[in-house]
Design a protein around this ligand. Structure first.
Ligand SMILES: O=C(CO)[C@H](O)[C@H](O)COP(=O)(O)O
Length: 284
């Protein structure tokens, strides 16, 4: 499989996700980070001539993609209180059957989570390599954003939770030192065994609470998020869904369907040119 096929898969997924979920009369649209989101923006640009739409970026790269497409960015902290985004699109590093995602391969997980939770619906777009039954199947690590001062302390705590190799992410030119996020924090990439879904735990495949060496997605996300020094964890799961739903209820949104961090749909571009859509009801 060549890179050209992977890029074609990303483009096909982006086109279909935008056709299904982008409304040209939208007011606010979230734009995630990475290489796949570029095709989402390309598809939006093909459809929209509405200059009133404001696009909310999830970091520096995302903002550049919006500007380069001739669209108008608005910073997350400039959004009026109580306003929800009509939709947020983003990529993912891996997705399981319960639509939990690993994100942060591009170090933008904190702002990506803010934007996803603020949207009436969160839609993910990815290529076939990201389509798995469980997290940490093909993607090796959980990205975690930490305060520089707490880096070593958090790495020690991750080892206690069972991470075999929690590594500080460096820049591509390793000699330049640790990679800094848009918040000027560090990223630790923590290796863990493949994560169980809620269904796996119900089916008795493991306790999922770390006591037998297995972790369920939401449980490990909560454990890592609870470590002092951690700004955010690159697991997008049902964790904050209730809070997000409460925010939507408060704003009186009737069409709110997202579970917060968990996408309503994930579009996977496949090797044969087709697109598989995964939702909570299965795949089609
Ligand atoms: O979470 C992210 C950045 O932090 C990206 O959305 C994720 O890494 C997917 O990137 P790509 O589309 O390049 O595969």
């Amino acid at each position: 499989m060549t890179d050209t096929n992977v890029e074609a898969a990303k483009r096909a997924a982006g086109q279909q996700a935008v056709a299904d979920h982008f409304d040209p009369s939208a007011s606010y649209v979230g734009i995630g980070s990475g290489t796949t989101i570029v095709y989402v923006v390309e598809a939006i640009k093909e459809r929209s001539t509405n200059p009133a739409i404001r696009f909310v970026p999830t970091g520096y790269q995302s903002r550049q993609v919006i500007i380069n497409a001739g669209l108008t960015p608005v910073s997350f902290d400039a959004l009026p209180s109580g306003i929800l985004l009509d939709v947020a699109f983003d990529g993912a590093d891996e997705v399981d059957t319960e639509l939990n995602c690993i994100k942060g391969g591009g170090a933008c997980l904190f702002q990506e989570k803010l934007v996803a939770e603020r949207a009436k619906k969160f839609v993910c777009v990815a290529d076939y390599r990201k389509r798995q039954d469980r997290l940490l199947t093909n993607w090796p690590t959980i990205p975690i954003e930490v305060a520089p001062l707490a880096q070593i302390k958090v790495q020690d705590a991750l080892r206690v939770l069972g991470s075999t190799d929690p590594r500080l992410r460096t820049t591509l030119l390793e000699k330049s030192g640790p990679l800094k996020t848009d918040q000027d924090f560090y990223i630790i990439d923590a290796k863990f065994p493949t994560l169980l879904t809620r269904k796996d735990v119900k089916d008795g495949k493991g306790k999922g609470d770390g006591s037998d060496g297995t972790w369920e997605v939401n449980t490990i996300a909560k454990a890592i998020k609870g470590l002092t020094g951690v700004l955010e964890v690159g697991i997008f799961s049902g964790l904050d869904g209730d809070a997000a739903q409460a925010l939507r209820a408060e704003s009186g949104e009737k069409d709110a369907v997202s579970g917060g961090q968990v996408p309503v749909a994930v579009y996977f571009g496949m090797q044969d040119g087709s697109v598989v859509v995964r939702t909570k009801d299965g795949e089609h």
